[in-house]
Write a protein that binds this ligand. Sequence first.
Ligand code: GDP
Ligand code: MG
Length: 599
Amino acid sequence: TDQSKIRNFSIIAHIDHGKSTLSDRLIEQCHAVTERQMESQLLDNMDLEKERGITIKARAVRLEYQAQDGETYHLNLIDTPGHVDFNYEVSRSLAACEGAVLVVDSTQGVEAQTLANTYLALEHDLEILPVFNKIDLPAANPQKAKEEVEAIIGLPAMEAPEISAKMGVNIPAVLEDIVQNVPAPTGDPNAPLKALVFDSQYDPYVGVIVYFRVMEGTLKKGMNVKMMASGASYQVLDCGYLRPLGMDSCPELTAGEVGWFTASIKNVKDTRVGDTITGVESPAAEALPGYRPAQAMVYCGIYTQDGSKYPDLRDALEKLQLNDASLSFEPESSIALGFGFRCGFLGMLHMEIIQERLEREFDLDLVTTLPSVIYEVDKTDGTTVKVDNPHNYPDPGLITEAREPYAKVSIIAPPDYVGNIMPMCQDRRGIFKDMQYLDTNLVELHYSMPLGEIIYDFFDALKARTKGYASLDYELEGYQPSQLVKVDLLLNGDQVDALSFIAHKDKAYGRARKICEKLKENIPRQLFEVPIQAAIGGKIIARETVKAMRKDVLAKCYGGDITRKKKLLEKQKEGKKKMRSLGTVQMPTEAFMAVLKLD
Ligand code: GDP
Ligand code: MG
């Protein structure tokens, strides 16, 4: 294809401003699908994504648009995920584009993620085209929204299209804007191949489908290609363009184009997002910038409620991993929970998504342990161990130094919220670095913060304290020495391995007490008194007691037959409930899970 007729762009927006609706309209307008085929919001194609209203995996489509100048243009629309856990994927998708359409809801104006996403796009030098949506609503004030965009973001906006994505009003104006203002790609089609992987997907029939943008050179069917970071090489079996429904084959893709290739690749691990595809014959001298290996940030143990389902869990994890290179897992076992896996995730949302998919798509009932980061411990014998499971944390007497991961945190918010944000960061042991005004309406704060303090609910707490206006980004910075302790939980004197956790010494007591209280609430009375204790080393730091069952409760129930029947039925139900033996203590699995749930 003639480079001057290609436009590569993505759509960015604050949540609910109409990104998905506009994507659908653009696809429809280009007659890429008939109305009957037009399932709503084609680009968000996982059920979970629809429910949660987020886009997890980036996808792309190529649209053919006949412009007013009479020429046909190829518009590649690259969709981006919308959560901090997937920021790296977003950055690679944006790196594949020359422009971004910024959707602004005319009833709301500029909001938090309008800004955050704009900054991401500006970092990649994209041409940003504002579009003012929802003009069909009586409350719409596109003029005011335009003024906000000019004042806050500094983009010219007065001439920008005013549209209704929902009603299909003025959609061609958006397409014309893209054709006229997004720069055409450049890049020498005859140079050695350099193509950026921005997504990949496992398909049971053809293996991994790799989505890429050719930056330089040409990718041809039959060619031998090499992934520069992973080192894997393949012969391209098939390649082509992305269509809203399915894929079109073509013999080659040249500089500026966006497409896919297949090569019977068995695992997405070898085709990582951000990797550079080059030719084996005449390889590029250096890879494209910005590659970062996927890095698990959060770990937890995943077990099945029914121990015999362990092989099913392994199969399910393997299947999910085919499509998700950032999911890692290794077998582990627990006295309390049996056989399971220690799994690594990009963040808490990623973890929740995987847990939900295991339960829904694979019909598994799971028990999961408290999430944890990876700690580093120097031991007195001169060795260093990495600990991703609190149970394996060395005894205090064997430790010379313990370190925890820190992240470089950037928070962008309007200045009014700084007073809410700073105490939150301090409370989470954040070390203030600096604060910069990006604009009179916007500040950026930098902190160095323990990753363990970020992963739980920092993102949600931050949103709550800033009415959603703050955006968060973080990346791993390195390890810092820390005063860590491992807290063990004992039931009737027996340690329950699955409940151990590692915490900073100042936070250990509070958390220990909370877990003891939760255990007390959830453990049913036994025939004997059950002490619940939390201990550091051998020292008890918190204690609760579950009183023993009273004898008369056991003895009675021989009264009227109605109550007796009820009791019997209840007993039967009780018997069906799965009990878990924690040492000498019997506890329903559900109660155990309630304790493991964070709040
Ligand atoms: P996204 O979160 O940015 O992808 O937003 P969606 O495209 O999912 O839209 C969020 C909500 O706004 C949905 O209920 C849409 O139907 C609605 N919406 C989108 N565009 C318009 C519009 O032009 N007018 C009106 N009235 N509603 C719209
Ligand atoms: Mg959406």
